[in-house]
Structures are given as C-alpha cells and as structure tokens.
Design a protein around this ligand. Structure first.
Ligand SMILES: Cc1ncc(COP(=O)(O)O)c(C=O)c1O
Length: 259
C-alpha cells in the first residue's frame, strides 16, 4: 500500500482531475452496481453526506436503528449539521430493525403541519453493535418493499459491506441493489490507511460531491489516498475470507475452552 501511495499518479481532485481517484471511484461504482461513487475522508462523513443528499428539506426525518452506528456514534450529526430529525427504530438482536416498529413510525401525512416528513431509512450491514451480524438478503428486500410503499429512500451504512458479502457468499451489488445509496469503509477490515466510498445514482453523487466540499472534504492531490484503497479492494475478498475463517477458529476454540 505504501509503495502504491508513493507511485500514485495524481491531479486536482476538486476538479475531478485525479486519475487514481477517478479509478477507485469507477471501481467502487462497479462493485456496488451503482451509477457512480465518490471517495470520502471517513465513514462518518460519507453517512452524513448521504443523509444531506437524500434529505434536502429542513425538518426531514430519518428512521434508523437505535443501535446503529449512525444513531449512536456520529454525534447526532444529522441533527447538528443537517437539520434532519433522526428517529430511532427498535433493533433486534440480529441487527435487523423491527419492521412493525419501522412501518408504524413512518410519517407520511404531508402536508399535515404537525409532523416531520419521513424521507429516508438507514440500515447497517454488517452490524457493528450487534457483533458483526449480517442482514439476510430477504430482509433487505422486505425493507425495500416498505420504502417503496411510502416513497422513501434507503441508505446502507456498509462500512463492512464486503464482510457481509463474503459471509452471504454473494457479490456486494446483490446486497446494495435494494438501496439508493451505500457507504463502504476502506480503513477497517480492508486495511487501507484512510477513506470511504459513497455510491448512488449519478445525480446523487453529483450532489454528494457538492456537499462533501461544503463539509471540508474537497481534496486536491488525493490519489495518494486512493492508491492504497485500490490495493485494499483488490485483495478484499480473499483477505476477509481468511479473516472469517480465523474468527470461526477462534470462536470454536473459545467455546471449547468455556465448555
Ligand atoms: C458501521 C459503521 N459505520 C460508520 C463508521 C464510521 O466510520 P469512520 O470512523 O471512518 O468515521 C463505523 C466506524 O467504526 C462503523 O462501524
């Protein structure tokens, strides 16, 4: 990764002229099966940018898990920065949201003046606080059906999307296809020093690029950060498959000890 950084071809990414950045963004879009993708400094910035891009009106409401990273560990940034109202939904032990609770909380009575207007559902796969549990594809589809019934968007906090894909034995795009946007972290299990990728439609990503600049995330010779990310993506599947095997061996050993 360090060699790739030293050798990276760079340009001015604020103007979209950094070839290494452009390469990782194209590759990420392909990985997600989405039209476009954007390199972000962190997962937190990617998630906030997604919320801001989906919820352009002040007072919009986001439904998200009460155990989700976006609700607990991101300083309520969507309220602090975006003027968006986060409404928590009960998280089950396996990382899924309770779908009855989710649907009952959707506020769709616009223009009734009493209510915030639900615009976005956020999911997390795999789920950090639920011990890395992976959401089943059938569940992703169920949430998509609910979102479509009420005209809502879905953002997936896929910080560990590739872990989920490896665990389910599917391509990441198979998971992402039920969502309108997705974030993926390069600097966790994938081992790159920095960065996240945010995917969505071309229109969503164009908007996200503006928001990223406004949040202070416009970067110039940024190819030095994209280059290790490309190495991370290249080896992601094999490295995480090995990680999962090691984790299973460790878990077996632990439970044998306990027994
Ligand atoms: C599920 C999930 N989403 C988002 C983030 C935030 O990523 P970052 O620390 O890069 O802001 C994390 C970090 O641990 C995470 O686990």
């Amino acid at each position: 990764m360090r060699r790739a950084m030293a050798e990276a071809e760079v340009g001015d990414d604020v103007y979209g002229e950094d070839p290494t950045m452009n390469q990782i963004q194209r590759q990420a879009a392909q990985l997600f099966g989405m039209q476009d993708a954007l390199f972000m400094c962190t997962g937190t910035m990617a998630n906030l940018t997604a919320v801001m891009s989906h919820c352009r009106r002040r007072g919009a409401e986001v439904l998200l898990g009460d155990e989700s990273h976006m609700y607990i560990y991101e300083q309520g940034n969507m309220a602090q920065v975006a003027g968006v109202f986060p409404r928590p939904v009960r998280t089950l032990k396996d990382g899924r949201l309770d779908l009855e609770d989710l649907e009952s909380k959707i506020q769709h009575w616009y223009p009734d003046v009493h209510f915030a207007q639900t615009q976005l559902i956020c999911l997390e796969n795999s789920h950090n606080r639920m011990g890395g549990r992976v959401l089943p594809i059938s569940y992703m589809k169920e949430v998509r059906d609910i979102a479509d019934r009420y005209g809502l968007k879905i953002h997936l906090d896929g910080a560990r999307l590739i872990n989920a894909a490896v665990s389910l034995g599917v391509e990441p795009a198979e998971i992402v296809k039920y969502c309108d946007s997705v974030s993926l972290c390069l600097s966790k299990g994938l081992g790159a020093p920095v960065g996240s990728l945010l995917g969505g439609t071309a229109e969503f990503v164009a908007d996200a690029r503006r928001i990223r600049k406004m949040l202070g995330g416009g970067m110039r010779q940024a190819g030095v950060m994209a280059a290790p990310g490309l190495v991370a993506l290249k080896h992601a599947r094999e490295n995480l498959t090995l990680d999962h095997q090691n984790a299973k061996t460790f878990a077996k050993g632990k439970s044998a000890d306990a027994g």
